[in-house]
Design a protein around this ligand. Structure first.
Ligand code: ADP
Ligand code: MG
Length: 233
Protein backbone atom coordinates (compact mmCIF):
# COMPACT_ATOMS: atom_id res chain seq x y z
CA UNK A 1 0.00 0.00 0.00
CA UNK A 2 2.78 2.41 1.00
CA UNK A 3 6.35 2.10 -0.20
CA UNK A 4 9.02 4.62 0.73
CA UNK A 5 12.64 4.38 -0.28
CA UNK A 6 15.56 6.48 0.90
CA UNK A 7 13.36 9.43 1.83
CA UNK A 8 15.06 12.69 2.77
CA UNK A 9 13.46 15.92 3.90
CA UNK A 10 14.98 19.22 5.03
CA UNK A 11 13.43 22.49 6.11
CA UNK A 12 15.13 25.70 5.06
CA UNK A 13 16.01 27.89 8.01
CA UNK A 14 17.36 31.14 6.58
CA UNK A 15 20.65 30.21 4.96
CA UNK A 16 20.77 26.87 6.78
CA UNK A 17 18.75 23.71 6.30
CA UNK A 18 17.41 21.45 9.02
CA UNK A 19 17.78 17.86 7.83
CA UNK A 20 14.74 16.21 9.45
CA UNK A 21 14.36 12.87 7.64
CA UNK A 22 17.65 11.21 6.75
CA UNK A 23 17.03 8.21 4.55
CA UNK A 24 13.79 6.51 5.52
CA UNK A 25 12.94 3.08 4.12
CA UNK A 26 9.45 2.07 5.09
CA UNK A 27 6.59 0.11 3.66
CA UNK A 28 3.11 -0.75 4.84
CA UNK A 29 0.84 -3.50 3.60
CA UNK A 30 -2.92 -3.36 3.39
CA UNK A 31 -4.61 -4.04 6.74
CA UNK A 32 -1.65 -3.09 8.95
CA UNK A 33 -1.93 -0.99 12.11
CA UNK A 34 1.43 0.74 12.50
CA UNK A 35 2.66 3.10 15.19
CA UNK A 36 5.28 5.65 14.25
CA UNK A 37 6.81 6.31 17.63
CA UNK A 38 9.50 8.72 18.70
CA UNK A 39 10.20 11.66 20.95
CA UNK A 40 9.17 15.20 20.13
CA UNK A 41 11.10 16.61 17.18
CA UNK A 42 12.16 13.21 15.82
CA UNK A 43 10.36 13.83 12.51
CA UNK A 44 7.14 11.83 13.00
CA UNK A 45 4.73 14.49 11.79
CA UNK A 46 7.01 15.37 8.88
CA UNK A 47 6.97 11.73 7.77
CA UNK A 48 3.20 11.41 8.22
CA UNK A 49 2.59 14.65 6.33
CA UNK A 50 4.66 13.38 3.41
CA UNK A 51 2.78 10.07 3.45
CA UNK A 52 -0.44 12.11 3.60
CA UNK A 53 0.65 14.22 0.63
CA UNK A 54 0.38 17.35 2.73
CA UNK A 55 4.09 17.92 2.22
CA UNK A 56 6.63 16.94 -0.42
CA UNK A 57 9.84 14.94 -0.15
CA UNK A 58 13.26 16.21 -1.25
CA UNK A 59 14.88 12.93 -2.20
CA UNK A 60 13.86 9.31 -2.52
CA UNK A 61 10.63 7.77 -3.70
CA UNK A 62 7.11 7.28 -2.41
CA UNK A 63 4.55 4.99 -3.99
CA UNK A 64 0.97 4.87 -2.72
CA UNK A 65 -1.19 1.99 -3.91
CA UNK A 66 1.12 1.51 -6.89
CA UNK A 67 1.20 5.17 -7.95
CA UNK A 68 4.51 7.10 -7.74
CA UNK A 69 3.46 10.31 -6.01
CA UNK A 70 6.13 12.49 -7.63
CA UNK A 71 4.51 11.96 -11.02
CA UNK A 72 1.21 13.57 -10.00
CA UNK A 73 0.54 17.22 -10.77
CA UNK A 74 -1.12 19.39 -8.09
CA UNK A 75 -4.72 18.76 -9.12
CA UNK A 76 -4.20 15.04 -9.48
CA UNK A 77 -2.41 14.94 -6.15
CA UNK A 78 -5.30 16.72 -4.42
CA UNK A 79 -7.83 14.32 -5.94
CA UNK A 80 -5.70 11.36 -5.01
CA UNK A 81 -5.35 12.63 -1.45
CA UNK A 82 -9.10 13.17 -1.03
CA UNK A 83 -9.87 9.77 -2.43
CA UNK A 84 -7.24 7.64 -0.73
CA UNK A 85 -6.29 9.26 2.56
CA UNK A 86 -8.14 10.08 5.77
CA UNK A 87 -6.68 12.30 8.47
CA UNK A 88 -7.10 12.55 12.23
CA UNK A 89 -5.22 15.19 14.23
CA UNK A 90 -4.42 15.79 17.89
CA UNK A 91 -6.55 18.95 17.91
CA UNK A 92 -9.56 17.27 16.20
CA UNK A 93 -9.88 20.06 13.56
CA UNK A 94 -13.66 20.00 13.58
CA UNK A 95 -15.61 22.92 12.17
CA UNK A 96 -17.04 24.72 15.18
CA UNK A 97 -20.24 26.04 13.61
CA UNK A 98 -21.22 22.71 12.09
CA UNK A 99 -22.82 19.95 14.13
CA UNK A 100 -21.38 16.43 14.43
CA UNK A 101 -23.37 15.08 11.50
CA UNK A 102 -22.45 18.00 9.24
CA UNK A 103 -18.77 17.62 10.14
CA UNK A 104 -18.85 13.94 9.19
CA UNK A 105 -20.73 14.71 5.96
CA UNK A 106 -18.24 17.35 4.82
CA UNK A 107 -15.74 15.12 2.95
CA UNK A 108 -18.69 13.56 1.13
CA UNK A 109 -19.69 17.01 -0.06
CA UNK A 110 -16.25 17.40 -1.61
CA UNK A 111 -16.69 13.99 -3.21
CA UNK A 112 -19.89 15.39 -4.75
CA UNK A 113 -22.14 12.89 -2.98
CA UNK A 114 -25.78 14.07 -2.99
CA UNK A 115 -27.32 15.64 0.12
CA UNK A 116 -29.55 12.75 1.18
CA UNK A 117 -26.83 10.13 0.75
CA UNK A 118 -24.39 12.39 2.60
CA UNK A 119 -26.70 12.55 5.59
CA UNK A 120 -27.37 8.82 5.58
CA UNK A 121 -23.70 7.95 5.34
CA UNK A 122 -22.76 10.49 8.00
CA UNK A 123 -25.34 8.99 10.37
CA UNK A 124 -24.03 5.50 9.63
CA UNK A 125 -20.48 6.49 10.52
CA UNK A 126 -21.59 8.44 13.60
CA UNK A 127 -23.41 5.33 14.74
CA UNK A 128 -20.25 3.27 14.23
CA UNK A 129 -18.35 5.54 16.59
CA UNK A 130 -21.21 5.42 19.10
CA UNK A 131 -22.38 9.00 18.64
CA UNK A 132 -25.70 8.71 16.82
CA UNK A 133 -27.48 10.54 19.65
CA UNK A 134 -25.03 13.41 19.36
CA UNK A 135 -25.57 14.10 15.66
CA UNK A 136 -27.10 17.55 16.08
CA UNK A 137 -24.66 18.73 18.74
CA UNK A 138 -21.94 21.27 18.03
CA UNK A 139 -18.30 20.40 18.78
CA UNK A 140 -18.41 22.80 21.76
CA UNK A 141 -21.06 20.53 23.34
CA UNK A 142 -18.89 17.41 23.04
CA UNK A 143 -16.11 16.06 25.27
CA UNK A 144 -12.58 15.68 23.89
CA UNK A 145 -13.04 11.96 23.32
CA UNK A 146 -16.36 12.53 21.56
CA UNK A 147 -14.79 15.19 19.33
CA UNK A 148 -12.04 12.78 18.33
CA UNK A 149 -14.61 10.09 17.58
CA UNK A 150 -16.45 12.57 15.31
CA UNK A 151 -13.13 13.33 13.61
CA UNK A 152 -12.53 9.60 13.09
CA UNK A 153 -16.05 9.15 11.69
CA UNK A 154 -15.40 12.07 9.34
CA UNK A 155 -12.14 10.54 8.13
CA UNK A 156 -13.76 7.13 7.61
CA UNK A 157 -16.88 8.47 5.86
CA UNK A 158 -14.79 9.16 2.76
CA UNK A 159 -13.76 5.47 2.81
CA UNK A 160 -10.02 6.11 2.56
CA UNK A 161 -7.49 3.40 1.72
CA UNK A 162 -5.27 4.58 4.55
CA UNK A 163 -6.15 6.40 7.78
CA UNK A 164 -3.39 8.65 9.12
CA UNK A 165 -3.63 9.77 12.73
CA UNK A 166 -1.12 12.27 14.16
CA UNK A 167 -1.10 12.01 17.97
CA UNK A 168 -4.84 11.18 18.02
CA UNK A 169 -4.73 10.77 21.80
CA UNK A 170 -2.37 13.66 22.47
CA UNK A 171 -5.05 15.95 23.88
CA UNK A 172 -6.91 13.28 25.86
CA UNK A 173 -6.64 11.78 29.35
CA UNK A 174 -5.59 8.13 29.56
CA UNK A 175 -9.07 6.56 29.84
CA UNK A 176 -10.33 8.59 26.90
CA UNK A 177 -7.14 7.78 24.97
CA UNK A 178 -7.84 4.08 25.38
CA UNK A 179 -11.43 4.57 24.18
CA UNK A 180 -10.12 6.25 21.05
CA UNK A 181 -7.52 3.49 20.55
CA UNK A 182 -10.25 0.87 21.06
CA UNK A 183 -12.12 2.49 18.18
CA UNK A 184 -8.98 2.61 16.02
CA UNK A 185 -8.38 -1.10 16.74
CA UNK A 186 -11.96 -1.93 15.75
CA UNK A 187 -11.63 -0.01 12.49
CA UNK A 188 -8.39 -1.91 11.81
CA UNK A 189 -10.11 -5.23 12.68
CA UNK A 190 -12.43 -4.49 9.74
CA UNK A 191 -9.40 -4.52 7.45
CA UNK A 192 -8.53 -0.83 7.25
CA UNK A 193 -4.90 0.26 7.02
CA UNK A 194 -3.97 2.72 9.77
CA UNK A 195 -0.85 4.68 10.76
CA UNK A 196 -0.75 6.22 14.23
CA UNK A 197 1.91 8.76 15.19
CA UNK A 198 2.54 8.85 18.93
CA UNK A 199 5.26 9.63 21.44
CA UNK A 200 3.59 7.36 24.01
CA UNK A 201 4.81 3.76 24.37
CA UNK A 202 1.53 2.38 25.70
CA UNK A 203 -0.40 3.84 22.78
CA UNK A 204 2.17 2.43 20.34
CA UNK A 205 1.72 -1.06 21.84
CA UNK A 206 -1.96 -0.93 20.93
CA UNK A 207 -0.83 -1.12 17.31
CA UNK A 208 0.51 -4.30 15.71
CA UNK A 209 3.85 -2.92 14.61
CA UNK A 210 6.07 -0.19 15.98
CA UNK A 211 8.40 1.88 13.85
CA UNK A 212 10.73 3.82 16.08
CA UNK A 213 12.04 7.13 14.70
CA UNK A 214 15.02 8.84 16.25
CA UNK A 215 16.67 11.96 14.87
CA UNK A 216 15.23 11.35 11.43
CA UNK A 217 16.12 7.68 11.02
CA UNK A 218 14.27 4.46 11.78
CA UNK A 219 16.17 2.83 14.63
CA UNK A 220 13.76 -0.08 15.10
CA UNK A 221 10.87 -1.62 13.16
CA UNK A 222 9.19 -4.53 14.94
CA UNK A 223 5.97 -6.49 15.10
CA UNK A 224 4.39 -6.44 18.57
CA UNK A 225 1.69 -8.41 20.31
CA UNK A 226 -1.17 -5.95 20.25
CA UNK A 227 -2.49 -4.77 23.60
CA UNK A 228 -6.26 -4.43 23.38
CA UNK A 229 -7.35 -1.00 24.51
CA UNK A 230 -10.73 -2.09 25.78
CA UNK A 231 -9.02 -3.98 28.60
CA UNK A 232 -8.10 -0.58 29.98
CA UNK A 233 -11.33 1.33 29.44
P1 ADP B 1 7.62 15.29 15.69
O1 ADP B 1 6.28 15.20 15.04
O2 ADP B 1 8.31 13.99 15.83
O3 ADP B 1 7.58 16.03 16.99
P2 ADP B 1 8.26 17.08 13.48
O4 ADP B 1 8.24 16.25 12.26
O5 ADP B 1 7.08 17.93 13.74
O6 ADP B 1 8.59 16.14 14.73
O7 ADP B 1 9.53 18.03 13.46
C1 ADP B 1 10.85 17.56 13.24
C2 ADP B 1 11.79 18.75 13.24
O8 ADP B 1 11.50 19.58 12.14
C3 ADP B 1 11.67 19.63 14.48
O9 ADP B 1 12.95 20.09 14.82
C4 ADP B 1 10.80 20.77 14.00
O10 ADP B 1 11.08 21.94 14.72
C5 ADP B 1 11.18 20.90 12.55
N1 ADP B 1 10.08 21.37 11.70
C6 ADP B 1 8.88 20.81 11.55
N2 ADP B 1 8.12 21.46 10.66
C7 ADP B 1 8.87 22.49 10.23
C8 ADP B 1 8.66 23.58 9.30
N3 ADP B 1 7.51 23.67 8.63
N4 ADP B 1 9.67 24.46 9.11
C9 ADP B 1 10.84 24.33 9.79
N5 ADP B 1 11.10 23.34 10.66
C10 ADP B 1 10.13 22.45 10.90
MG1 MG C 1 4.40 15.79 15.67
Amino acid sequence: MIEIKNLHKSYKMGSNALHVLKGIDFSVKEGELVAIMGSSGSGKSTLLNIIGMLDTLDEGSYTLDGVPIKDLNETKAANYRNKFLGFVFQSFNLINYKNAMENVALPLYYQKVGRKERQEKAMKYLEQVGLKEWATHLPSELSGGQKQRVAIARAMAAEPKVLLADEPTGALDSTTSYEVMDLIQKINDEGNTILVVTHEEDIAHMCKRIVHLKDGVIVEDKKVKQVRAKNYV
